[in-house]
Write a protein that binds this ligand. Structure first.
Ligand code: NAP
Length: 521
């Protein structure tokens, strides 16, 4: 059987999906009908609530666990504790103690790496290699927190550069805002929680975590381990509310900073609800890749295919638009289709599977609808466009030659959060840039080629937060900061960068007038 026939076979689920729970979550769940029901952490205690929700596995949509949902009074009490006690408890720990807690937490994540990876496989549907990748990135992120410290330092300002401030001097320091609300998306539930927690707690903030509804389980383990590592209980809350019920926390004046990673429409709702606060918002994306005619086409095809399909295209930095200079268009297109046909779709628990399910069946349906729309308007499905099971899709590439049609398509205008991309030839770099900038998103872009002048021009003109030259966009642990323009977000996430948005400037002015500290001429 060749690989494209293999792709058209329905995905075979290799056995019942069950969650094996270990020590990382010991003591934080009750049991009901043989399933664990996780308690939430209300800034000081693990609690049960009146309402219970199911948590499913995208592998086969079976229920693998349940959660207690906090009620309004639980949220109120948690915010009150974070605000009245927790923000001071975090801040009163000396910085070196906070950093050793984060180091200890890295060690605990390492100790429980297998359990955390298993949760990511079963609850998020990640192939095992990607699941371990996320766990190790989380550990790495925590161990890199000393690099964040370079941005906590302040300034000394001498007074004698202004006639009104003679005989005075000023210090400008940064201090924690207080309570940070971290709203976490489903695609990197563990890493995004760890990253947001690391840059918020390091300078001394208390943190309320709102996990994603579809795959929150690794975050329960994270909170338990964070407490074990020494994070003060009053300084941390895990409140698994459904998204639409989170707006009451978003608008609460005790929350000073909102760090949201999620879709653009969620970002818009949060901004409307929040009022005046600080924001870090990493929103929708889907990136263009420009392939110049002097690119190494094999290497570019390999990286673009990976950019389209890694974690089933459910990455903000996934490639969704492929713009190829006309002289190499046909050759590149064939190479890309060949690479896509080699991607093995299947049960993520199986060895050798590189593309597991998408998070739910609605997302799988969206891919089919977008491919059909492109075909009906004159495009061509070069590969995929079919479902292989409820939540499983073939990696999908559609070709659209007419640029006016392209601009109207869902796959160009919106972010379809799955492994689907559109490819089109361009007559010049200017045309590629115009099409790349024509999307409402502006997260990253990739440029493949050798001509430094063209590459430099693309870097200058692309309206995005990051440009990857001869590589697929990949944010990794945020060693290089990333953050979108336009509908893709506000501010950046990155080691040593995000800390700016969770700390406030405070100026302190010392007046020594008449004390003869200075003898001016
Ligand atoms: P989502 O549906 O927007 O959800 C993100 C988080 O927001 C979830 O915890 C969700 O809770 C919560 N939420 C939903 N509605 C809310 C509301 N009205 N008020 C407050 N919180 C609300 O996004 P997703 O599907 O989980 O994640 C995929 C999206 O994230 C994509 O658009 C992707 O591009 C983006 N993303 C961006 C970056 C970046 O760096 N720019 C990185 C990763 C992901 P529920 O789960 O309960 O609905």
């Amino acid at each position: 059987m060749n690989s494209s026939q293999e792709h058209r076979e329905r995905v075979r689920i290799s056995g019942p999906v069950a969650l094996e729970l270990g020590k990382s979550v010991e003591g934080i769940f009750a049991e009901q009908d043989g399933l664990p029901v996780f308690k939430f952490f209300s800034a000081g205690e693990w609690r049960e609530g009146d309402r219970i929700r199911d948590v499913k596995s995208p592998i086969d949509n079976s229920v693998i666990a349940r959660l207690f949902v906090p009620g309004a009074s639980d949220v109120e009490e948690a915010l009150e504790t974070l605000y009245k006690k927790g923000r001071w408890a975090a801040r009163n720990l000396p910085g070196e103690r906070r950093i050793s807690i984060l180091y200890r937490l890295a060690g605990l994540l390492e100790e429980h790496a297998d359990e955390l990876a298993e949760m990511l496989v079963v609850n998020a549907g990640k192939p095992r290699k990607a699941a371990y990748g996320e766990v190790h990135a989380s550990i790495d992120r925590l161990r890199k927190t000393p690099l964040d410290l370079r941005k906590i330092v302040g300034d000394y300002i001498p007074g004698d550069w202004d006639e009104h401030t003679l005989e005075t001097e000023g210090l400008v320091r940064r201090e924690p805002y207080g309570v940070v609300l971290s709203i976490v998306p489903f695609n990197y539930p563990l890493f995004d929680t760890v990253n947001k927690f690391a840059y918020s707690f390091l300078p001394g903030n208390a943190v309320a975590i709102k996990p994603p509804s579809s795959d929150p389980l690794p975050i329960f383990a994270f909170v338990k381990l964070a407490l074990e590592a020494g994070v003060p209980g009053d300084s941390l809350a895990l409140l698994p509310l459904p998204g639409r019920e989170t707006e009451r926390m978003v608008s609460d004046p005790r929350v000073s900073v909102i760090s949201l990673t999620g879709s653009t429409s969620t970002g818009e709702k949060v901004l409307r609800a929040a009022g005046i606060k600080q924001f870090v918002m990493e929103l929708g994306g889907g990136d263009p890749a420009i392939v110049l005619s002097d690119a190494d086409l094999d290497q570019a095809a390999e990286k673009v295919a990976q950019g389209i399909t890694a974690y089933s295209g459910q990455r903000c930095d996934a490639i969704k638009l492929v713009l190829v200079e006309r002289p190499v268009y046909e050759e590149f297109k064939q190479k890309l289709v060949e690479k896509l046909s080699q991607v093995r779709v299947g049960d993520p628990r199986e060895e050798g599977v590189s593309m597991g399910p998408v998070i739910d069946r609605e997302t799988a349906d969206l891919v089919v609808r977008a491919a059909v729309e492109a075909r009906e308007k004159g495009g061509k499905i070069l590969y995929g466009g079919e479902k292989l099971g409820e939540n499983y899709i073939m990696p999908t590439l559609v070709e659209v030659l007419d640029k006016n049609v392209l601009r109207q398509l869902e796959v160009y205008r919106e972010e379809i959060f799955a492994a689907i991309a559109v490819i089109t030839p361009v007559d010049s770099l200017d045309e590629a840039i115009e099409l790349a900038n024509g999307r409402r998103y502006g997260l990253d872009a990739a440029v493949f080629g050798k001509d430094v002048n063209k590459i430099r021009k693309a870097i200058r003109l692309l309206e995005v937060g990051a440009v990857y030259v001869n590589d697929l966009p990949r944010h990794g642990v945020g060693y290089y900061p990333f953050g979108g323009r336009k509908a893709s977000g506000l501010n950046v996430e990155g080691i040593g960068y995000s800390i700016e948005y969770v700390t406030a400037y405070k100026s302190i002015v010392f007046n020594y007038k008449g004390a003869r500290v200075w003898s001016y001429l």
